[in-house]
Design a protein around this ligand. Structure first.
Ligand SMILES: *Cc1c(COP(=O)(O)O)cnc(C)c1O
Length: 398
């Protein structure tokens, strides 16, 4: 697909978030992009040039829609990437990338800490269904990574900070090892968001974002994006995964995310600040057994995070309490401001316990195996969030 020129190239992400991809509506003069809910578009009189498996022409909803294209321009600009593909969810984006890059017999190296669906795809689906060799490694251990990424490895996938332990992986170091061995590096950047981290700068070949999280930011739309400068592979992904597997985003979700993302840099700035305060408070709170947040100076990922996270350390904090699963549930349910729900990156703060019976718990570092809670910091007043956490901890005797 021919990429639109970015009129705001070189501008700050705050300016890009407001202006890139938007313009007044030619038909009416409205200063907002309209929502185009249409399944098909008028065909040209001469059909000889039409390629029904491409996204070049607005033709049918699965080949793309204008709201998707405008959002792609904006997300690409935020990452200073040459191209973006926006799909139905973060997982659709991850799957589209893996599906297009991998074939039977290929080797994938992926982290011990990753989004649940990534674990499912590699631990269970791509290997059993398609004979892809999938290898788990602790990406914070560079010696182990060097052993796992051998020549012939097709893809290395990382997540930093990782969901749910908020561990940090050195993108530049992994990119070097991957490239020395002829492998491609993809990075799930959802926890950091492009306000804090742009993995292409550090040598990543592909970046995936769940737009459902911080970029939309209002908990009311689902979408995902793939970013890259490899235009040829990006078109291959459009062909293989969007048009012929069907992972396109709906115009309405694209419109919602486009709207939500105008305030994304401003929200992220506040979320970074509040998260730092809350992490520091938790770190000194009695009865909190550990706090994982890369903004804390003694966090094992702090030095690497300082190098690759430019504006802050993100909005997810993991912490532990010395309590069983039931007590942790009571704690989460006792919060008054914070919502007890999955997901992250919403306007409201969200909390989600990681139970000790999770099948992946033994893949995580030891301290995460008891009383482990993931907290996504929202836009509420930070002092009130701290008070809320404090009263909920007290309410269960902690
Ligand atoms: C939520 C999430 C995803 C998946 O995104 P969806 O939009 O829910 O499909 C992928 N990676 C990470 C790190 C996430 O937190």
């Amino acid at each position: 697909m021919a990429k639109k020129e970015n009129k705001f190239k070189g501008y700050d992400i705050a300016t890009q978030a407001v202006h890139t991809g938007t313009d007044y509506d030619m038909a009416t003069g409205a200063v907002r992009r309209p929502l185009y809910m249409a399944n098909s578009y008028k065909l040209p009189d001469d059909l000889s040039q039409v390629n029904y498996s491409s996204t070049d022409l607005l033709m049918y909803a699965r080949n793309g829609n204008p709201n998707q294209h405008w959002l792609e321009e904006k997300i690409a600009a935020m990452h200073e990437a040459d191209d973006a593909i926006v799909l139905a969810s973060g997982v659709a984006a991850l799957h589209a990338l893996f599906w297009t890059l991998l074939k039977s017999g290929d080797r994938v190296v992926y982290p011990n800490v990753s989004y649940m669906a990534v674990y499912r795809m590699f631990h269970e689906l791509f290997n059993q269904k398609f004979g892809v060799e999938t290898v788990i490694v602790d990406m914070t251990d560079l010696e182990a990574v060097k052993k796992a990424i051998v020549p012939g490895t097709r893809l290395v996938h990382i997540e930093t900070p990782g969901n749910p332990t908020v561990g940090i992986t050195d993108i530049e170091a992994i990119a070097a090892i991957a490239h020395q061995n002829g492998a491609i590096l993809s990075v799930d950047n959802t926890f950091a968001s492009p306000f804090n981290q742009k993995p292409l700068e550090f040598g990543a070949d592909f970046v995936v974002e769940s737009l459902t999280k911080f970029i939309n930011g209002h908990g009311d739309a689902q979408g995902g994006a793939i970013l890259s400068n490899d235009l040829e592979t990006m078109d291959r992904i459009r062909y293989e995964a969007q048009v012929n597997v069907g992972s396109v985003i709906s115009p309405f979700n694209a419109w919602q995310i486009f709207r939500g993302s105008a305030t994304f840099p401003l929200r992220m700035q506040r979320i970074n600040e509040s998260s730092q305060k809350i992490a520091e408070w938790l770190a000194q709170r009695e009865n909190v057994t550990f706090v994982a947040y890369p903004g804390l100076p003694d966090d094992p990922g702090h030095e690497v995070a300082k190098k690759q996270m430019k504006n802050g350390f993100g909005g997810v904090i993991s912490f532990g309490v010395n309590a069983d699963d039931k007590t942790v549930e009571h704690l989460c349910a006792a919060l008054r401001i914070v919502t007890f729900a999955v997901s992250l990156g919403h306007d409201e703060s969200l909390i989600f316990p990681q139970p000790s019976y999770d099948e992946r718990i033994n893949l995580y570092p030891e301290k995460f195996r008891r009383g482990f809670i993931r907290f996504s910091v929202g836009l509420e007043d930070a002092a009130e969030l701290i008070e809320d956490l404090d009263q909920a901890l007290h309410s269960v005797g902690l």
